[in-house]
Design a protein around this ligand. Structure first.
Ligand code: HEC
Length: 133
C-alpha cells in the first residue's frame, strides 16, 4: 500500500514539474498571432508587429541568418536599413513590396502569405513612422 502511495506521489510530482516548465515557455507561436487583429491606426510595434515578425519571419531573418541582409529580430535591427523599412513611407519600403509580391517572385514569407489584415497593419505601422511603440 505504502509503495503505491510513493509511486502515486512521484507521478503527481513529475506532472506538476512538467506543467510548471511548460507554463514558463513564453515563446510566441503561430496560434498567438492567429487571432491578432491590427487596428486602422496606432499600430504598436510590440503588440502587433513584433509577434508577426517573430512567428513568420525571424526564423530566416535573425542576427545569425539574415537572408537578403535583413534582420527582423528586434526593432533596432529591423529599422536599421531605411530601404527595407522607410519610416513614414510604406510604399517605398522593400519589406512591404516583398510581403505583397506574387509569384514568380517569392513572397515573404516564402511559403505562407501573411493575412491581409497583417499586411495592412505593417503598412500602417510604417506610415505612422515605424516607431518602437
Ligand atoms: C523560409 C525563410 C524565410 C522566411 C520565413 C522569410 N524570409 Fe524574407 N527572405 C528569405 C530569403 C532566402 C531572402 C533572399 C532572397 C529574396 O530576396 O527573395 C529573403 C529576403 C527578404 C527581404 C529582402 C528582399 C530584397 O529584395 O532585398 C525582405 C525585406 C524580407 N525577406 C522580408 C521578410 C519578411 C517581412 C518575412 C516575414 C513576413 C520574411 N521575409 C520571411 C527567406 C525568408
Amino acid at each position: 500500500m505504502k509503495k503505491n502511495l510513493v509511486k502515486y506521489l512521484l507521478v503527481l510530482f513529475t506532472i506538476i514539474i512538467i506543467s510548471t516548465f511548460q507554463n514558463c515557455d513564453d515563446s510566441i507561436t503561430s496560434s498567438d498571432i492567429a487571432n491578432l487583429v491590427m487596428p486602422d491606426s496606432n499600430v504598436s510595434y510590440s503588440i502587433h508587429i513584433a509577434p508577426v515578425f517573430e512567428v513568420m519571419c525571424v526564423g530566416c531573418h535573425n542576427s545569425q541568418t539574415s537572408e537578403g541582409g535583413v534582420d527582423l529580430s528586434s526593432w533596432a535591427n529591423a529599422t536599421r536599413d531605411p530601404s527595407v523599412i522607410f519610416p513614414g513611407s510604406d510604399s517605398t519600403s522593400i519589406l512591404v513590396w516583398t510581403i505583397e509580391r506574387l509569384p514568380p517572385y517569392p513572397p515573404m514569407p516564402p511559403f505562407e502569405r501573411l493575412k491581409q489584415n497583417h499586411i495592412d497593419g505593417i503598412r500602417i505601422w510604417i506610415r505612422e513612422g515605424a516607431k518602437n511603440n
